[in-house]
Ligand binder design. Structure first.
Ligand SMILES: Nc1nc2c(ncn2[C@@H]2O[C@H](COP(=O)(O)OP(=O)(O)OP(=O)(O)O)[C@@H](O)[C@H]2O)c(=O)[nH]1
Ligand SMILES: [Mg+2]
Length: 333
């Protein structure tokens, strides 16, 4: 998936159908002069329904189609025949989609499970035909109801991506490079901060045809949860990942501090993030020679003894296979 194809925020317009008019037909037949009212009911207008589609990963399709209108109910007619119901419109969205009212920003629904469906707008009720209004004193009512109007709304769709593993790290820590060697995704990689502007997804294939989805998001900096950098906008994407993989380069001045800053930003954004399973990779190990690597190992033993961690290099492929297996095990533990 390229960055242009990743869409996680769209505004669309939806409208439900009007109800059909009730008919005010009077029955006529040879030899029956006053057949009485026989106008049927109008059909209900179509509903607008959001539903989960587990095969979708982004809101990309909404870039091209922004109006969703359910059809109107048909009018009633003679012989008490009811008008056809308006067809419902189903809007397929990926798991993790929040549906919000665009004016009030109220959350209407979160699509989080495969069989989730949500009726966002109900179609208008059909009007009653005149045969309902017949009474002893009114044998031939010419009155019938109009159909109820449908409704309309501007809706915001916001996606929290659903990946098994989310990469968390400072800008330039090597997240995108890792994604590019561990999956077939081709994210942009460069030697400057905030190269990644939108999340990238890739599928990691490990032994025995097992696979899981990894998400690379823009780098997080101190203050991200308060809006610094790009992080705050993307932190929500980590909320749905089941494992967080912290990426800290081996040439970082103070690895303990970097880890704590990342954790604090996550916590300030959403305290639940801290309870997720996680693991640390120390990236770019090819930058250290044997001697420095030994020192580094002593350092992580001191600082992170009780936390699962691995030393890797995307450039030399060191530790990559081991990382895949460790993540798979952690996912299934
Ligand atoms: N030597 C070495 N350099 C690496 C390695 N992994 C990444 N780099 C370099 O580090 C720089 C940043 O890599 P990215 O993968 O773009 O980093 P990022 O964490 O995605 O950065 P942002 O998108 O800005 O958050 C690039 O110049 C990479 O070539 C590695 O294993 N070894
Ligand atoms: Mg990147």
């Amino acid at each position: 998936m390229t960055e242009e194809n990743f869409v996680d925020y769209v505004k669309i317009f939806i409208s439900s159908g009007n109800g059909g008019k009730g008919s005010s037909h009077l029955h006529r037949e040879k030899f029956i002069s006053k057949g009485g009212p026989d106008g049927g009911d109008g059909g209900r207008g179509g509903n607008v329904i959001f539903r989960a589609n587990p095969n979708l990963w982004t809101l990309y399709s909404f870039k091209f189609k922004k109006h969703y209108n359910a059809s109107h109910g048909a009018d009633g007619s003679k012989n008490r025949s009811s008008g056809a119901q308006g067809e419902d419109v189903f809007i397929d969205v990926p798991l993790g989609t929040l549906v919000k009212n665009s004016n009030t920003h109220e959350l209407l629904f979160e699509i989080s499970e495969t069989n989730n469906e949500f009726v966002a707008l109900k179609g208008g009720l059909g009007g009653k035909g005149n045969f309902h209004f017949k009474s002893p004193t009114r044998q031939t009512p010419r009155y019938s109801q109009k159909g109820e109007k449908g409704s309309e709304m501007d809706v915001i769709l916001e996606l929290k991506i659903l990946a098994d593993v989310g990469l968390v790290g400072f800008p330039n820590s090597g997240k995108s490079t890792l994604l590019s060697v561990i999956t077939s995704a081709k994210p942009k990689i460069a030697d400057y901060e905030f190269t990644t502007l939108k999340p990238n997804l890739g599928i990691v294939e490990c032994n025995n045809f097992n696979s899981f989805v990894m998400a690379d998001i823009p780098g997080i900096i101190e203050g991200a949860s308060k809006g610094r950098g790009l992080g705050h906008y993307f932190l929500r994407h980590i909320e749905r990942n089941s494992i967080l993989l912290f990426v800290i380069p081996v040439d970082t001045n103070n690895i303990k501090n970097e880890f704590n800053v990342l954790r604090k930003e996550l916590k300030d954004h959403n305290p639940e993030l801290i309870d997720k399973k996680f693991m640390i990779v120390f990236s770019k190990s090819d930058l250290l020679d044997q001697e420095l690597l030994l020192e580094f190992k002593i350092l992580i033993k001191k600082c992170f003894n009780d936390i699962p961690n691995l030393i890797i290099s995307s450039v030399s492929q060191k530790g990559i296979e081991k990382l895949k297996n460790s993540l798979w095990e952690l996912l299934n533990s």
